[in-house]
Every structure is written in C-alpha cells, then in structure tokens.
Design a protein around this ligand. Structure first.
Ligand code: MN3
Length: 244
C-alpha cells in the first residue's frame, strides 16, 4: 500500500465523526482518477503535497489558508446543508448531488460546488517543473484548439474574463469534445443549471483568495504562473476515463 493511501485512510479515521463513522467503512467514489470519500459526511482529503510544494508559483501561506480555511469551510457547510435538507449522504455521490443541484438551496449549491471544485483543484496540481499534455489528450487539444499554445491562450482568456469570483474549466462537453468555459462563484459544469455543461477535466480557481497574497490585483500573472503546476497526467487520466 502506498504511503499516500495510508495517510488518506488515517485522515479519514481521524476526521470521521466519533462513534458511527469510526465503525463504518468509507465509501470511495472514483471519478476519472479523482477519488472522493464520504462516510456519514463528505470528507476533505489531505493535500497530496506540502503547503510549500507549489512555491514560488503559489505561496505556502495561500495554500494553507486556502485548504484549511476556505476549502474546509465548503466541506463543513456542505455537510451542514445535507443535514438540514435531509440528503442521504451514504447513497448520494457528490456528482449526483451536483447534477440535481437546482432542487436544493443556495447554500447547498455554493458548498457542494466548493467541495467538489477544490478537491479537483488540489489533485490537478503538482510541484514544478511544468509538464505538457501527452498521448490522446495532447492530440485532442491540438484537434480542438489548434495547438497547446492556442489552448493556453483561450483558457487564460476565460480565466481573466470571469468577472468577480469563479472558475475557468477545460471540459468534455455533451458532444464529447474538449471545450473551455468559466462559471461564477462555486458553480461548475456538472450542475444541472450550468450555462455550459460538461465533465470537468481541469479547473482553475480565480477567486481572489486563491492568489491575492502573492499577486494582489494581477490575476493574469497568477494564471501564467499556474501553468507550471498543472498535473497533466491527472488530467489525461480523467480524459481517458471519460465518465461522470
Ligand atoms: Mn478557492
């Protein structure tokens, strides 16, 4: 067993609710290489690297605050909303919740999105040096956007032009083609009410909390720096798995 799965198990044990959760087995859902676990609660996974690991492109203080305060808050508030709105978590995956999010409150929408988006975000990054897409994903990017550079340009535009807080996405759309879109707040393309629907392969958090300590108002500099951190192997695995 790898040390990362050991630490994941330990984390789940330590963070599960006392009593029932300690005795129950976590339910692991795998979505295109992204593993999400839940027991009686949705569970925030540990970061797959140290807070300092993404320096100098994303600073340690930002990573620590982002993971332990902002993202942890979404997971907690999601669980609270599930209690209030009587969601049977044991029989509800996060993606099925997102697919019917219009039936729930704004609190549920913001925090279910926030939970999923951040779990995906952490896993889709890795310490520099920058890598490039390979294999079938590289070919698909060339087919859809012309070149990797053209893709980066279009994605960066979507991220820059998202007014206020939100996310930029590389998705597989309903025609099973690669596409770029952005969403406001913590919405994402899995939501039934999303303007552009699809399966998110890669997402970039453009909330100010993701970059302001280091980049202040210079969102384009944060976007440029972030390319050094994309875990293209992870994105390619999601592309090849190609399932919601
Ligand atoms: Mn965030």
């Amino acid at each position: 067993m790898s040390s990362s799965s050991n630490s994941r198990r330990q984390f789940i044990k330590q963070t599960g609710k006392a009593g029932i959760a300690m005795a129950s087995m976590p339910i692991i859902h795998t979505f295109g290489g992204l593993q999400l676990s839940q027991e009686v609660n949705f569970v925030q996974q540990p970061l797959p690297y140290a807070y300092t690991a993404l320096e100098p492109f994303i600073d340690a203080m930002t990573m620590e605050l982002h993971h332990t305060k902002h993202a942890a808050g979404y997971t907690k508030n999601l669980n609270d909303a599930c209690v209030t709105e009587k969601v049977d978590i044991k029989n509800t995956s996060i993606t099925s919740l997102l697919a019917s999010i219009s039936k729930y409150s704004t609190k549920m929408r913001n925090n279910a999105g926030g939970h999923y988006n951040h779990e995906l975000f952490w896993q889709s990054m890795q310490p520099a040096p920058a890598s490039l897409p390979t294999g079938t994903l590289a070919k698909a990017i060339e087919k859809s956007f012309g070149s990797f550079a053209d893709f980066q340009k279009a994605f960066a535009e979507a991220a820059k032009n998202r007014f206020g807080s939100g996310w930029a996405w590389l998705i597989l759309n309903e025609k099973n083609e690669l596409a770029i879109c952005s969403s406001p707040n913590q919405d994402n393309p899995l939501m039934d009410l999303a303007e552009t629907k699809g399966y998110p392969l890669l997402g970039l958090d453009v909330w100010e909390h993701a970059y302001y300590l280091k980049y202040q108002n210079k969102r384009p500099d944060y976007i440029n720096a972030w390319w050094n951190l994309v875990n293209w192997k992870f994105v390619e695995d999601r592309f090849n798995a190609n399932k919601f």
